[in-house]
Design a protein. Structure first.
Length: 104
């Protein structure tokens, strides 16, 4: 899948979501167990792990829990970053999703 399909998330977020899912699977946790460890519902974990437009954004508290549960540094979870902090890799597109507003 190309990044153009992920209009809600930056490439950075998509990569981190993929890594979170891989950490859970590699640790042998089911969706239910992974959600329990993070203190969230299974639906929330599904939304966090998805790269599609309806998924959840990541927050700092969740990342801190993932770091502790999976014993990984944030550097390992985030992977390599481009040196240019103005890169599109860090930019979350602001494209409107969903239905168009009605004209009155």
């Amino acid at each position: 899948m190309s990044h153009a399909q992920f209009t809600k998330f930056s490439p950075l977020t998509v990569a981190v979501k993929k890594n979170i899912r891989a950490l859970r699977i590699n640790a042998g946790y089911s969706m239910n167990e992974g959600a329990r460890l993070l203190g969230i519902s299974r639906k929330q974990l599904e939304d966090i792990e998805t790269k599609r437009n309806y998924g959840c954004h990541l927050d700092l508290e969740l990342m801190a829990k993932i770091k502790i549960i999976y014993s990984r540094s944030l550097d390992e979870i985030i992977d390599d970053l481009p040196e240019d902090y103005y890169s599109d890799y860090f930019t979350r597109p602001r494209k409107r999703l969903g239905s168009k507003p009605r004209n009155k």
